[in-house]
Design a binder for this molecule. Structure first.
Ligand code: HSE
Length: 329
């Protein structure tokens, strides 16, 4: 007998729409693979007037309580920008016994450890794959496949917009402003791109990795955080002639009990594993004490890669709760 998983979406921007569309386009996947159907019960938005031409208008609501008070909703997928109301919604969803999947890096960098504790107390699961490095399954890889190794450092490109802009400035010699506009049109940059170009977005993702790998974060005020907005085409072209590339790199290291971290543009030579990461791609170089260096790379931003990460989390939650009553309605 087929069972049903009922979900709610919080936020309906680039990522929320990507999740909705992917579920519509691939309805049979969960059914065939897992024996479950997925039903979207509600989409919570701030500005309903922006969604007038959306087909399923009956799903749209501004009232989060319709989600909270609906016992049929098993999983809440949160893709809001910024800390609030995202954190309050996530907290209340967990306390109401709902599993939560989030794509919100700023919120999760600030409140991730509280959310995880809360989820344990309430017997629900949290998926946060989509917070870091877009479609690259870095969170679940570290969680599940780096158990025996000790990870001492990570070096990464974590902001797709910055990498896209730097690549366009080098390859096509377009200005920073033009490249940023393209990144916005392609759905890579945030609506307000300040966090992308000033390094905050990569910083939040690095803090999420730190919490996951080392169980704590360094003092935020001790970390150098620099974005890409002061880099000129002229500089990039100069390095290009020397076969060097400017990349926006986030790094973190654990040594003698201390965590050091840095987010900044760096000039890389051909030998560096991040040298060939181009366009919207992200990459994460993880150094394990037994395995050595492993590089995971893939699409770092955009509707579908981020939706993909959320839907993989959803699948994991469905798989691990197959026999519990919550998903057996
Ligand atoms: N604006 C983000 C980026 C989206 O460019 O990486 C993915 O988190």
């Amino acid at each position: 007998m087929l069972k049903k998983v009922t979900i709610a979406l919080l936020g309906f921007g680039t990522v929320g729409k990507g999740v909705y569309q992917s579920l519509k386009n691939h309805q049979n996947r969960m059914k065939n693979e897992l024996g479950f159907t997925i039903e979207i019960a509600a989409i919570v938005v701030k500005h309903p007037e922006k969604h007038h031409d959306f087909g399923d208008t009956t799903l749209i609501t501004t009232d989060f309580h319709t989600v909270l008070n609906n016992p049929d909703i098993d999983v809440v997928l949160e893709a809001i920008v910024g800390r609030e109301p995202a954190f309050s919604y996530v907290k209340q969803s967990i306390e109401a016994g709902k599993h939560v999947i989030t794509a919100n890096k700023e919120m999760f960098a600030h409140h991730g450890s509280t959310i995880i504790e809360l989820s344990k107390d309430n017997g629900v699961q949290i998926g946060f794959e989509a917070t870091t490095a877009g479609g690259i399954p870095v969170i679940n890889t570290i969680k599940k496949l780096f158990q025996f190794n000790t990870i001492n450092n990570v070096t990464a490109i974590l902001n797709g917009t910055s990498n896209y802009i730097l690549t366009e400035m080098r390859v096509r010699e377009v200005s920073f402003e033009v490249a940023l506009k393209q990144a916005q049109e392609l759905g890579y940059a945030e609506v307000d791109p300040t966090n992308d170009i000033e390094g905050y977005d990569a910083f939040y993702k690095l803090m999420i990795l730190s919490q996951l790998i080392f169980g704590k974060q360094p003092d935020w005020y001790s970390i150098k955080r620099e974005g890409i907005k002061n880099i000129t085409v002229k500089e990039i072209q100069k390095y290009k002639h020397q076969e060097r590339r400017v990349k926006h790199v986030a790094s973190i290291e654990f040594q003698d009990g201390n965590i050091t971290a840095c987010v900044e543009p760096i000039v890389l030579t051909r030998e560096h594993p991040l040298y060939s990461i181009e366009g919207v791609e992200n990459a994460v170089v993880i150094e394990g004490d037994i395995v050595g260096k492993i590089t995971l790379s893939g699409p770092g931003a955009g509707a579908l890669p981020t939706a993909s990460a959320m839907l993989e989390d959803l699948t994991l939650i469905v798989q691990s709760n197959r026999s519990t009553p919550i998903l057996a309605n």
